[in-house]
Design a binder for this molecule. Structure first.
Ligand SMILES: [Zn+2]
Length: 385
């Protein structure tokens, strides 16, 4: 049975989402009782097993793609319509919290507020997404298939998940990403790109008092390179450059022969990314005989608000209205797996997860009502797009 117009379906999905609130809280409590330190394949095992068991209960057949940083989990749910359209729900199950956090800071419920490690980023989103699939299957309202992809290393750059994400995104008509919503429930329709560089300078070590003229100061060379990099900053479009780590030298009276700096660069769009990459590729030592190497450690392309993404956000907003919620859109500072999916040309809706606060902080919390709202919204999106 498929179920008429979105307007007919919305109230049914809303009451179905209301009916699984306790079950969703129990799921969130269960997963929050497990540590999920990003990219730690051993520590992540029990979380992978739990997620695989939930996907199996829902009727999916989870496939684990093991990698050095943990396993990517992929599960496909067939629709009743027999179509071959591909929709993907993309989540990460790692958190920024080290092993031991789950025991010291278990889930707490205080009115509408659920606190605990990773409840907002993004365990609340996982629970909402699985709840959405559950109610759609219960109501026989999932016409087209959907593939759930759960990644183990988003917080540290998704190196190990990259292949699975890009493959899934390439064949998908739409990729739904239940990362936390912006305050007020808005979707994230643009995200900056991220480039993480490491610069090494090399000089010649000598006594700083006896024969400084025969040395080459690698720290001075680094300082000059960092000054060069200031030219990249473009406040008008939002390109930022931040040197976050710097080290070098051995003693104050020794001209240093080595320095290392780590640079975080954020870019609003592809053309700025190209400009930044070209600039870094073209850096040369300022001092004769100094050495310089420039290494790109990590990068994520920008998520640009394409006309197709804007249209999908407008559609989500319209569906939200049918469910009695306001779903706006906005720009997000950080990066997510949505950046990777969008770079493959997929239409991506990010920030579909619940609202809350304190992501990556000890006071992290998620709104219980919002999990219910987003469950209904994700379900309505999957049922009708
Ligand atoms: Zn996240």
């Amino acid at each position: 049975m498929n179920t008429g117009t979105p307007a007919d379906l919305a109230p049914r999905l809303r009451s179905a989402a209301d009916a699984i609130r306790d079950e969703q809280l129990a799921r969130l409590r269960e997963i929050t009782a497990l540590d999920a330190p990003s990219g730690d394949s051993r520590a992540l095992k029990p979380v992978e097993e739990l997620l695989a068991s939930w996907l199996t209960e829902l009727g999916g057949s989870p496939v684990l793609h093991p990698g050095p940083a943990g396993s990517c989990i992929e599960a496909r749910f067939e629709g009743s319509g027999g179509s071959h359209r591909q929709r993907v729900v993309l989540c990460h199950f790692d958190t920024v919290w080290p092993s031991g956090t789950a025991a010291s800071r278990p889930l707490r419920l205080d009115g509408d507020r659920i606190s605990g490690p990773g409840v907002l980023d993004m365990r609340g989103g996982i629970v909402a997404a699985l709840g959405a699939i559950e109610i759609l299957l219960d109501l026989a309202a999932l016409a087209d298939p959907v593939t759930v992809v759960l990644t183990p290393d988003e917080e540290t750059g998704s190196r190990s998940s990259l292949e699975v994400i890009t493959r899934a995104a390439r064949s998908a008509e739409i990729v739904l990403v239940p990362e936390p919503a912006l305050p007020g429930g808005a979707l994230k329709t643009s995200r900056k790109g991220w480039l993480s560089y490491e610069l090494h300078t090399r000089g010649r070590a000598v006594h700083a008092g006896l024969e400084p003229e025969s040395g080459i100061n690698a720290i001075d060379e680094m300082v000059d390179q960092l000054v060069e990099l200031r030219q990249l900053v473009r406040g008008d479009v939002g390109t930022t450059v931040s040197c976050g780590l710097i080290r070098g030298g051995t003693e104050v009276n020794v001209v240093p022969d080595r320095a290392v700096a780590n640079i975080d660069i954020r870019v609003p769009d592809r053309s700025e990314e190209t400009r930044v990459r070209g600039f870094l590729d073209g850096l040369n030592p300022v001092r004769a005989d100094a050495g310089l190497t420039v290494e790109l450690l990590h990068s994520r392309p920008p998520l640009e608000r394409s006309p197709a993404i804007a249209a999908a956000a407008a559609r989500a907003s319209e569906l939200g209205r049918l469910l009695g919620m306001k779903v706006g859109e906005g720009d997000a500072g950080g990066v997510s797996d949505a950046n990777i999916a969008a770079a493959e040309g997929a239409v991506v809706l990010d920030g579909l997860g619940p609202v809350g606060g304190g992501a990556h902080a000890v006071d992290e919390w998620v709104s219980r009502d919002s999990i219910t709202d987003r469950t209904a919204l994700i379900a309505l999106l999957l049922a009708t797009s």
